[in-house]
Write a protein that binds this ligand. Structure first.
Ligand code: C5P
Length: 411
């Protein structure tokens, strides 16, 4: 999960709103993650949310009193909803009921949560969760469309098993998606890629040897997924081409799952011309078996040899096709003479930036949530980054690509 453990969550002031639905218990997981990530979390809940989950649970998890009454008999002043709205850097309402959404769209403020929501000046994420018929109701769909138009970030519900006992769309989006949207709400440069298309490859490829066996590597796609979350947070249209993995890919505009290097090349070729930036984070198999056998290879001898042929180099192919407006970013895994080899790659593959990582360093490389990299730019830039979460590495990659420097390097 935690390639998301970004510094943007550290010391962030996050207000979580909980409204009354069966998914209210899932807000616990979100609050837990945020507190662990170092955010300061305040919670507000509606009266009906209190029927599903107790304020004591949310108070304990958030380590702060929970707000639910407009006029509490306590030392709070009558403007405490405004104070809370002003305090927040980002707000997420999860789960958000049809009732809450309807009130927000129409400016109705009749409890603590709706009144505070109307007083916000920071980014707001709304994560609806409800019965599928309610979700598809024309009034809810119209209200959600209206919120989108007003720049509310809607983290749409998922399809699956509903509490009513049947399948449908309406389940609260999983934690990874909630965090993806909240990360966007907290991002310091949320429009820096507005109107741009970012194409990313992620994960490994699998090259079939016979019906049961494959040649592959250890990449899980986390670095490429982190780049996709970052591009999304900067307002880009994101096309993500990924190989097989157990990690949940982020929500993007176009998600293309592939298996082999050849399929990955075809998918990239299809989307490359529209892309303003292409980031090649996939660990593409350099070789594939010369032929994939129709029957399972038998254990007949004590030795066997495999004939391999080279796969297309997707990044180099795109380097040849690159137009002046396009930016290309490659990754280099080097165990010796890293900077020298990575610079060579930059030139040979016609790149603008190369991300050099040394898989020998603790916390860096395949299948972990962190990475330690050096960024090398075409104009000679060299930025050494400390050990960071993959999402923070992704933020630094775009910072250097967009303005040639990064604050993360100096921390
Ligand atoms: O040459 P090398 O494999 O070290 O280059 C790594 C970079 O090239 C990575 O960005 C990787 O995604 C890309 N690559 C590719 N197609 C290949 C091999 C590598 O796009 N067949």
């Amino acid at each position: 999960m935690s390639y998301f453990a970004s510094r943007l969550f550290q010391d962030a002031r996050v207000l979580v709103g909980v409204t009354g639905g069966i998914a209210a218990y899932k807000s616990c997981e979100l609050i837990r993650f945020l507190v662990d990530a170092g955010s300061e979390v305040r919670v507000m809940m509606t009266e009906s949310a209190g029927r599903f989950i107790t304020p004591l649970t949310l108070e304990t998890l958030s380590r702060n009193p929970v707000f639910s009454e407009l006029f509490p008999d306590s030392e709070f002043s009558g403007t405490h909803h405004i104070n809370l709205a002003d305090w927040a850097q980002a707000v997420i309402v999860a789960p958000a009921t049809a009732n809450f959404i309807g009130k927000l769209v129409n400016g109705i403020a009749d409890d603590f949560v709706t009144t505070t929501a109307l007083a916000l000046s920071c980014p707001l994420v709304v994560a609806p969760a409800m019965n599928s018929n309610m979700w598809q109701h024309f009034s809810v769909q119209r209200n959600v469309a209206q919120l989108k138009e007003n720049d509310v970030l809607i983290c749409e519900p998922e399809e699956g098993f509903l509490a009513e006992g049947y399948h449908g769309i309406g389940r609260l989006a999983r934690l990874e998606y909630l965090l993806q949207y909240l990360y966007r709400a907290l991002h310091p440069e949320p429009n820096s890629l507005a109107g741009k298309t970012v194409l990313i490859t992620a994960g490994r490829t699998e090259e079939p040897l016979d019906p049961a066996r494959i040649l592959t590597n250890r990449s899980t796609g986390k670095m490429g997924f982190a780049l996709a979350v970052e591009a999304f947070a900067r307002g880009a249209r994101v096309v993500l081409v990924h190989g097989p993995t157990h990690v949940i890919p982020p929500r993007v505009d176009r998600l293309v799952g592939v298996q082999t290097a050849q399929q990955m090349l075809e998918a990239v070729e299809k989307h490359f011309d529209q892309a303003d930036v292409f980031l090649s984070a996939a660990a593409v198999a350099d070789f594939r078996p010369a032929s994939s056998r129709p029957d399972k290879i038998k254990k007949e001898n004590s030795e066997m040899s495999l004939q391999l042929v080279s796969n297309p180099d997707i990044l180099a192919t795109m380097g040849e096709r690159k137009k002046p407006r396009q930016r290309l970013v490659g990754f280099a895994v080097e165990t010796r003479q890293g900077v020298q080899n990575a610079r060579k790659k930059l030139e040979v593959k016609n790149l603008d930036l190369v991300v050099l990582n040394n898989p020998g360093e603790p916390g860096a490389g395949f299948a972990v949530d962190t990475n330690r990299v050096t960024l090398l730019g075409k104009a000679g830039e060299r930025v050494e980054l400390p050990l960071l979460s993959k999402l923070d590495v992704a933020r630094a990659v775009f910072e250097v690509l967009l303005k040639g420097s990064t604050d993360l390097a100096n921390e």
